[in-house]
Design a protein around this ligand. Structure first.
Ligand code: GLN
Length: 462
């Protein structure tokens, strides 16, 4: 039986286990990690433990009190290094807490370390980390997915009870699917981006990884808050009740890129949901599949602008001497990895005079079409359902030299980011090699509770 927040919380409250013992156990396991999951296991956690113990003593323990949590290396935790797995940030120490981290601290959670990831969250396999790939604990010859590969693998290897990742185009849901974890991309704006290193500012959101939907819900409720420090942060809204109606985008398997085992698993889960009283129908979402093209214009455009600050002067270790141009060139050319440089170039190109209208503006226009289509469908249905990924965890190296093949693994996940709608990935079984498969539910904005409710049903059906 895996440790969940639910189980540990009960044991902590009853005194069956001591917070320091639980945390000690997880820290020891995390230190012994052989999959390259952690960038760092923190050694200075005594103050966090003392805080959690005092909450408990005063009768103010929350479900998160004393729970070992790991955070992705692009989320700031004051006084601790944070590097987005990039050489360019080596030696950087966060001077303030991300709002999600402050929320965890207030709740008495114990942040035990920071997890490995694709550099600046660019990737689908963690192979773009400057510090090496994260092996999938379920099969170390395979990737853990990305970009939050470390946070997903930490769940599979049970090195933390729950973890935080960030999702710009699937970086929570895809690795969750590859590692058999639950992963949520929350409604954009419901979790503050303050203290999250930006990749694509209009797409990014911090979200939870967990063993169970209930745990993902608990962690989400802990971190979600309206935050004046993030201008895109929004107040939660109540949404309509569950209708037991699910929509499948027509033709999602038409391009032939989705594994047979995944299609079969999806179809069988749909049948089981029907037995539970759900109506499942195909709906026209004409531009759903265009999301990927839109994403690979908007994300690099935003990334190229966000990463401009890492120039060796405002941020980053400085490399080189000479003219300022030379210094920028050497710093950015040496310390950014290949994928980061590729996206900066792509983004600069689509934003440049003469191409702006042809690419960037078209993508912005198509984004609103996609968003309207999704919103319209979600007036009648609780969720749009798809597999989370077209394949299960692939071999390390298999797609590393083919960026387009790598980008295709985001096919089903990017529409939620484009529309800024929440999406949940729930494990729904395994393929012929025993590798986990994820089932994705895209809900209406602020419709997390509906997604959690359906997710909990799926957990009982797989
Ligand atoms: N795999 C996607 C990319 O490479 C998603 C990244 C993310 O969500 N951070 O852009």
């Amino acid at each position: 039986m895996k440790d969940t927040i639910e189980i540990l919380h009960k044991k902590i409250l009853s005194g069956e286990i001591m917070i320091k013992d639980v945390v000690g156990e997880y820290v020891a396991r995390a230190k012994a990690d052989t999959f390259n999951i952690f960038r760092e296991v923190f050694t200075d956690i005594d103050a966090q433990i003392a805080h959690a113990e005092s909450l408990l003593k005063e009768g103010k323990a929350t479900p998160m009190t004393g729970i070992p949590v790991a955070i992705k290396d692009n989320i700031l935790f004051a006084g601790h290094a944070a590097g987005a797995a990039s050489k360019i940030l080596e030696g950087y120490v966060a001077s303030y807490d991300a709002t999600a981290v402050s929320q965890l601290k207030v709740a008495g959670a114990i942040i035990i370390g920071r997890t490995n990831m694709d550099e600046f969250a660019m990737g689908s396999s963690t192979e773009n980390s400057a510090y090496g790939v994260v092996q999938n604990p379920l099969d170390p010859t395979r990737v853990s997915g990305g970009s939050s590969g470390g946070s997903a693998a930490a769940i599979a290897a049970e090195l933390a009870v729950v973890t935080l990742g960030s999702d710009t185009g699937g970086s929570i849901r895809q690795p969750a699917a590859f590692c058999g974890a639950v992963g949520l991309f929350p409604t954009y704006g419901s979790v503050s981006r303050h203290g999250l290193m930006a990749l694509g500012s209009s797409l990014d959101c911090i979200g939870p990884f967990a063993h169970t939907v209930t745990d993902a819900e608990t962690l989400y409720n802990t971190i979600a808050t309206r935050d004046p420090l993030d201008s895109t942060s929004v107040e939660q809204r109540q949404v309509s009740k569950i209708k037991k109606r699910l929509a499948i985008p027509k033709g999602i398997f038409a391009n032939g890129g989705c594994d047979k085992d995944i299609q079969e698993n999806f179809a069988s889960m749909v049948e089981k949901l029907k037995m539970e009283g759900y109506t499942v129908e195909e709906v026209e979402l004409a531009h759903f599949a265009d999301s990927l093209a839109v994403y690979y214009i908007l994300m690099p455009a935003e990334a190229s602008s966000n990463l401009a600050r890492f120039d060796g002067i405002r941020y980053a270790t400085r490399v080189g001497t000479g003219s300022i141009g030379e210094l920028y060139k050497q710093t950015r050319g040496t310390l950014f990895g290949k994928e980061a440089r590729r996206r900066i170039l792509l983004g600069t190109y689509v934003l440049s005079h003469g191409y702006y209208d042809a690419y960037y503006n078209k993508a912005v226009a198509l984004r609103s079409v996609i968003r309207t289509e999704i919103e319209t469908v979600l007036k009648t249905y609780d969720a749009i359902i798809t597999p989370t990924t077209p394949t299960t965890a692939f071999k390390i190296g298999e797609k590393a030299s083919d960026p387009v093949a790598m980008y295709l693994s985001d096919l089903f996940t990017v529409p939620a980011n484009i529309a800024q709608h929440p999406a949940l990935s729930v494990p729904s079984g395994v393929d012929a090699s025993g590798l986990p498969i994820g089932f994705q539910l895209i809900g209406e904005r602020f419709g997390e509770s509906t997604l959690f409710a359906i997710g909990k049903t799926i957990e009982t059906l797989r």
